[in-house]
Design a protein around this ligand. Structure first.
Ligand code: NAD
Ligand code: DAU
Length: 334
């Protein structure tokens, strides 16, 4: 029986990963350490709350004492915990530096002290920065351009340094833009789907011609599991969906799927330092035998339908009443 310490497991990708792992394996134990920031949502794990293989600890990855009490129980540490939204990092970078860099340091120190079997650092393709042409390979220079991506780059290289200096078994993943159920409605796809459902404007930054590579969240979770089993310590792995699309394309797809008018498209002031295009070369993980399994169009349709059918999940997040809701429903978590 292997034990996984998953940090940030109440967020979008972390909660999908926990669901994915519990569905795939009978003989595992998962401890979810999450601070429950605005992005951490107990509703994301409602159906598995009572699963005996799963336990939840409300806490901060920067809390050294707490982290050192949990790490000895774990074979694998999968570090999803982060402040993850670029716009917020532009407005207020403090928590990004604290959680993404210092929090990762606290976890790495604990892994070193307790001799963990594997530390998987969930990094991002944003650490390479923007490129008009070609695709980044794992050994290309890092040129992060937002406080978010710079803090993720710091954590990414810190994890590598713990492998080189202290022999901590580390694997670093750099994935492209995820989409799927339970993504906080501040990110492009859930924001635009839910705004369209409410007949509100869809705020397109600048000319809308920025390009992202989209991957269905289950494929990201699958790749993390694949690398946990088959990755080489000290290595970096790009993960991508192979679906580069402009923001305008995504916007039009959402509107046409929902049968909503193009008049909802509203061009607004551009994001400061807005990266034009992200693109990762995934030949390294592909050569090991991993490929994404979901086709973009079908997964987008499924995702849009999920938000159509689960208004209960996102309406309270958008109304701002969610903090009160959590206080009432999850008193034990306060
Ligand atoms: P998210 O914002 O939805 O979730 C982050 C989770 O971390 C939340 O549950 C939050 O409560 C928790 N958290 C934040 N600070 C914490 C702290 N100090 N201690 C403990 N928990 C804390 O983010 P996401 O989109 O699910 O991303 C998860 C990870 O994947 C992040 O590390 C992100 O950088 C990375 N990533 C995301 C994408 C993407 O497209 N969303 C792509 C590549 C990599
Ligand atoms: O590439 C991986 C990264 O993808 C992750 O590391 C980040 O955690 C994740 O948030 C995401 O970053 P992006 O900045 O690419 O995602 P976001 O959904 O914020 O924006 C996607 C694109 O859509 C980007 O070009 C900005 C644009 N956008 C976004 C919002 C929220 C708009 O035009 N309008 C909007 O309202």
């Amino acid at each position: 029986m292997s034990t996984y310490l998953v940090t940030g497991g109440a967020g979008f990708i972390g909660s999908n990963y926990i669901r994915y792992m519990l569905k795939k394996y009978d003989d595992i134990r998962i401890i979810n350490l999450d601070k429950l920031t605005y992005a951490g949502n107990p509703d994301n794990l409602k159906e598995i709350e009572d699963d005996p293989r799963y336990s939840f600890v409300k806490g901060d990855i920067c809390d050294e004492e707490l982290v050192n009490s949990l790490v000895p129980e774990a074979d694998y540490i999968i570090n999803f915990a982060a402040e993850s939204h670029v716009d917020r990092s532009i407005g207020q970078p403090d928590d990004f530096i604290r959680t993404d860099v210092f929090g990762t340091f606290v976890l790495l120190e604990a892994a070193r002290r307790h001799g963990s079997k594997l530390f998987v650092q969930i990094s991002t393709d944003e650490v390479y920065g923007s490129t008009e042409d070609g695709s980044f390979k794992e050994d290309d220079p890092l040129m992060p351009s937002s406080p978010y991506s710079a803090s993720k780059a710091g954590a990414d290289r810190l994890a590598y340094s713990y492998f080189v200096t202290y022999d901590v078994p580390v694997i670093i993943t750099r994935c492209s833009n995820n989409f799927g159920p339970r993504q906080f409605p501040e990110k492009l796809i859930p924001l635009f789907v839910t705004n369209a459902l409410e007949d509100k404007p869809l705020p397109i930054y600048g000319d809308g011609m920025n390009v992202r590579d989209w991957i269905y969240v289950d494929d990201h979770c699958d790749a993390i599991d694949f690398l946990t089993q088959k990755g080489t310590h000290g290595e970096v792995y790009n993960i991508g969906g192979g679906n580069e699309r402009t923001n305008l394309f995504i916007t039009e797809l959402i509107l046409s799927t929902l049968g909503k008018p193009r008049s909802l498209m509203t061009h607004v002031e551009d994001r400061l330092g807005h990266d034009r295009r992200y693109s990762v070369d995934c030949s390294k993980i592909n050569a090991m035998g991993w490929q994404p399994k979901h086709a973009f169009e079908a997964a987008m349709e499924e995702t849009i339908n999920w938000y159509v059918q689960n208004r209960w999940w996102w309406e309270k997040l958008k109304s701002g009443e969610y903090l009160e809701y959590y206080r009432q429903n999850y008193k034990n978590l306060e």
